[in-house]
Structure formats: C-alpha cells, structure tokens
Design a protein around this ligand. Sequence first.
Ligand code: XMP
Length: 527
Amino acid sequence: TILTLDFGSQYTHLVTRRLRELNVYSEMLPCTQKLADLDWKPVGIILSGGPYSVYEEGAPHVDPAYFELGVPILGICYGLQEIAYRSSTDNVVAGTSREYGHAIIKPKSFGGHVDSLFKDLGDEVKVWMSHGDKLAKAPEGYHTIAETGHSPFAGIAHETKPIYGIQFHPEVTHTENGTQILKNFAVDICGAKTNWSMGKFVDQEILRIRKLVGDKGQVLGAVSGGVDSTVAAKLMHQAIGDRFHAVLVNNGCMRLNECEQVHKTLSEHLGINLTVVDASKLFLDGLKGVTDPETKRKIIGGTFIDVFEAEALKIEKAAANSDKAGKIEFFLQGTLYPDVIESISFKGPSATIKTHHNVGGLPKRMTEGQGLKLIEPLRELFKDEVRQLGRELGISHELVMRHPFPGPGIAIRILGEVTPERVEIARQADHIFISMIREAGIYDDISQAFAGLDSNRAVGVMGDKRVYGYMIILRAVCSTDFMTADAYPFTNEFRKAVATKIINCVDGVTRCLFDETTKPPGTIELE
Ligand code: XMP
C-alpha cells in the first residue's frame, strides 16, 4: 500500500484514483498523520499538493519520521516544497506570479535511481502546473531532474535516497503520461503490488463498516433509486444486513412508476430493508403557488427533513424495542468524491461534512455530530468507479447506468408553478422521451436527459380545434463530470418522432422545444 498524505489540494483524490487505475492500492490520510500512530508500513509515500505556503504561519508540515522509514517518497507541488523546506527553509521562495496551466518539462539525465521517475517519458513532457511558490535552489544532496522555461527545479531527486519531488501535477489528465510517472514511482520505485481491484474494495469496505458499526449498531439511510444511493445501500446491506434501514420518500415529483420500481429493485431484488413513505400530497400542497426556483428547493428540502425525521423516529423506536440490535447510531450518505467540497485536510474529518444536495439538506442532528454519525462509503470514488462498484455488487446494468436525477425531481424541471396536473404532463412526456432514447439504443451515450415544462403556453390546432396548450422542453446532454455539458446531437428524424409522439400522447401539450444550450452558460436542470 502506498500512503498518500493529503495537504488539502483539490487534486489529492486524483492521485489515489490514478493509482487504483494501475491496480495499486493507496490509502489517503491527512498530512497530520503521525507515523507512530500508523499500524501498517507503507511501501512508499506521496506528499500531495496543497493550498498553502510552506513558510506561512500554521502551514502543515509532515512528521519527519517518514523520512527515516527508508521507503521511497514523492512530493507533488506543495509536497516538493515541503521536502525542500525540510532540508533548509531558504530553499523555497514565493513565486512572483502564479504559474498556472501547461508547461513543458525537460527531464535531465544522471543515471541510476535518479532517472527512474521519468523513465519511458521522452525528452519533453507536457505537464500541468498550478503553484505560487517555487524552489530557489536544489536542496543539498539533490539533483535537478527536470526543468521548465520558468523553473530550473521542476523536478528534484536525492542523489542516494529514493526521494523525489515534482512541481507539476502528474495526477491530472492535462499532464501527458502523468499516470506513467505515478506508475514509475509506485510500481517500479516502490515495488507496490498491482493486485487491487473493485472486489477488494468491497471486501475492505465491508470490514470497515462492520468494525465501525459493531455487532449491534444500526444504520439509517435515504435512498432515491439513483445509482449512488443504491450502491451505498447495497454495500451496507452486504455488511450488516437488516440492521441497515433504507427510507424512500415519495415527494410527488418523481418519474413515472419510479417509487414502485425502486421498491421492486431494492426490496425484492437486492433484499434491502426498505420503507417507502408516500408524502406526495404534503410536498405538492407545500409547493402550491410557488414559482421561485430557490423557494421550491427550500420547501422540498424542508419537507424532506420533516418526513424523514418522523420516519427515522419510528424506525428508532422499533429498533429500541428489539433485543437483537442496538441503537441507530449512524446515517448513510451516498456522497461521491466530487460532492465533497473539502478534502480530508489536516483540519480533520469534520471539515468534510457537507449537506448533500441530493436530499436538500439533512436534519442537523445527522450532520453535526449531535446524534447520528455519518458513514460515506463512496466518498473516495468517482461516478464511473461507483458504477463499476455497482456491477461488482450485482446491481443490474440498467440501474448502474441510470442518468442522475435531482433530489427535488420534476419540480425543478417545471418552470413556474408546480401543480399535480403540470407534474403529470412533464412526467408523461419524460417517460416517452426516455423510452424512445432507450429504444434508439443511445441511452448510455447520453449523460442526462429529461422533459421539462415551460411556464408559458402556446396555441395549436388539434382536430380542427384551436387549443391553448403546454410547451414541453426536451434536454439531453453529454458530460463527464456534470460541471460542463454539451447538447446531445439527435438526428432530425429522432427529434421529429419524439415531438410527434409526445404531442399525440400527452393531453394538453401543443409544442415540443429542444434545449441545446451548453453548460456553461446554461445549467443542466432548468432551475
Ligand atoms: P445543474 O443543473 O446544476 O446540474 O447543471 C448538475 C447536476 O446536478 C444535478 N442536480 C441536483 N441533484 N439535487 C440533486 O440531487 C439538486 O438539488 C440538484 N440540482 C442539480 C443535476 O441533475 C445534474 O446532474
């Protein structure tokens, strides 16, 4: 196992992800982790980047004991500066300007272990830089192993020990062959085993959950039918069986037959202990007359909390009466890495807790450590890894590849007031659109697609009669991270076929409009 010490860079998780892609297991711990408190010995250590200056007051510094361990060390960006600063504080200077973006590095050859980090990379490597400070000189006992036009110390290596530092980020895809650098370090230099797999992740997580929850502890979690909450729930079920309680709240803004389907999948197929609460009337009553997008979200989020808490109390009461199990002490969240605003920096794990927008905010006692403790088994994974994990857990291809669906559901796809009638129209149109996308065999090529409803109406002629009807907005996007997105290029035939079918089949609709806006400036959802 490689130990990655996190100094708080937004890219640290990418380091562990790239290593997983190489089938190398890496454990990421806060940079304050003391070697003496570690009950295993890493084969190599990576010091990540971070947003600080090494000489800033309160800047984090690594436990010097790691340097006595005799295993290879790689410092990335802040990590490099930390290595240099340790040997002499005047090795690092504040850069006059931030160096941000692409740079070309030229590896310099010395032979022996010094050259092994850049093995098989060629004479020039396009890398990604993002730093303020830089090295003023190579620390004593180190060679410069790479330089750029801006910096003669873009890479350093100790002359006799396997200690390396690089100023750029090999973990981001903008660095060409960055994975090769990590492979050179982890596999060749550290000799890390390449036997990690998603199956191993499952085994490890199950053990970790069991240890955390204990023999009797119980866990509560909200599920939506989406990939993340389903995968997290299945993992939990595998670990502790019926001591995990899943709750699905029907907010009246879900897709056609969604509740029934989720119930069938989770309860019947996956064997998860699930309670479905139908609170649609409560949600829809609360949304009456509301048109402002943020207000809609707040109402849905607030109602969700009320309904969920009431259900949680019932489950807790029943649990307390059972002699088989103990108290409900934990709350499961299917948070993925991109949802985590702050990495587990040296501020400690509490800094990681964020209200997941999936459920529109959670009861305070579930997020502030006042009662329930959070379990987030997916928090180190990216979406595609969660899908891989889902497959590993035996979840169907269809569910694993499901497009994301927002917590507030159809409500944020209806411009203007959300009424039961308007939800039903959007729901029917959405069902037709998605079914046709599936029939055309392009569902997996699209990241997210849906039908929404415009706040205005338009005139149409139907059966010789003038009709004043609704306008459906159809949106389908391709995206890798949902931060940016492009419209999916449907064929004209497909568009026409969808528009015709929706207008023919959904009462009250006179128009279908296709939304081709990219994100940015548009968002994926309409509100
Ligand atoms: P936007 O509309 O911000 O959406 O471009 C980006 C991704 O986030 C999803 N989304 C939400 N998911 N609760 C959620 O669970 C929300 O309130 C919410 N708002 C947006 C959206 O579906 C897309 O995948």
